[in-house]
Design a protein. Structure first.
Length: 281
């Protein structure tokens, strides 16, 4: 049975304030939930941290209720809400884990970033493969400097407990990756160290065809490589993997934002960041 391990808040107020100040990401930073171990023994415990950074390396963030829209733990296809304590780092602690594929689901509340120049926003959009941003901008009214963008994060983590047997599925995140194969059930032939896994990218439950996917691969020596892939017409991307590596998938949805209040008048865009982390034993 899954049990969350509640602990008293040990962060002093000043340390927590410093953590809060560091939460606002720089442009194009990824977000993910990273377990200390991707393979855990049956009956063991798991710690996982919220991470924000670049190239699969980033600062740990504390558990903060007002920044979380959804935080679920799913095993045997049953998602259960996780409730931590304000200021907890790592943000998630579980004990008494049962065998099978454990899936962490996390969605954030919207946060706001302001772009002082159009070039900064355009550069970010190009990096994430959002190539239509120039034509979209010309088709709508709005400032080219000092405008805002709301962003949200939609992330999954795949962890093997014991055998790690199980399968991923769509869990209703606004945008998400779905692993079509369990990376912990990947049986390589003798002497074989590489294979290809398939993942489907969804937005509001619908496949995203011909969409850029970033792959960050971290090796045993902690070096990270970035590669760019694209989904096919079914929203499926083929990802080459190797044993002994950890992986982060990332893809971004960009959509126009429609203000509903006067204070939102300068907010022009929304981005929704899908990510998924896993490891290959």
């Amino acid at each position: 049975m899954l049990k969350s391990l509640f602990r008293p808040i040990v962060l002093p107020i000043l340390c927590l304030a410093a953590s809060l100040a560091s939460i606002r990401p720089a442009l194009a930073h990824e977000f993910w939930v990273e377990p200390e171990k991707f393979q855990v023994e049956t009956g063991g415990s798991l710690k996982a941290g919220l991470r924000n950074g670049e190239m699969f390396k980033g600062a740990r963030l504390p558990y903060l209720d007002h920044r979380i829209r959804r935080f679920d733990i799913s095993q045997r296809d049953v998602p259960l809400p996780y409730k931590g304590r304000m200021g907890d780092m790592p943000a998630l602690v579980l004990e008494a884990l049962e065998p099978g594929l454990l899936i962490l689901l996390h969605e954030t509340t919207p946060d706001l970033i302001t772009y002082e120049t159009w070039d900064a926003f355009s550069s970010f959009a190009q990096t994430k493969g959002l190539l239509d941003v120039e034509s979209w901008s010309q088709a709508r009214a709005g400032p080219n400097a000092g405008f805002g963008e709301y962003y949200t994060r939609h992330t999954k983590s795949l962890i093997a407990v014991g055998s790690g047997i199980g399968s991923d599925r769509a869990f209703g995140l606004e945008t998400e990756f779905v692993a079509l194969q369990n990376p912990y059930e990947l049986h390589l032939s003798a002497g074989e160290t590489a294979a290809v896994l398939q993942f489907q990218l969804l937005y509001q439950g619908v496949a995203r065809p011909q969409t850029q996917v970033e792959l960050f691969a971290r090796g045993p020596e902690d070096a990270v490589q970035r590669q760019i892939f694209k989904t096919d017409d079914s929203g499926v991307v083929q990802i080459p993997v190797q044993s002994g590596q950890r992986y982060l998938l990332n893809s971004v949805v960009l959509r126009p934002f429609v203000p509903t209040t006067e204070t939102e008048a300068a907010v022009l865009w929304e981005t929704l960041w899908a990510s998924l982390v896993f490891a290959i034993p």
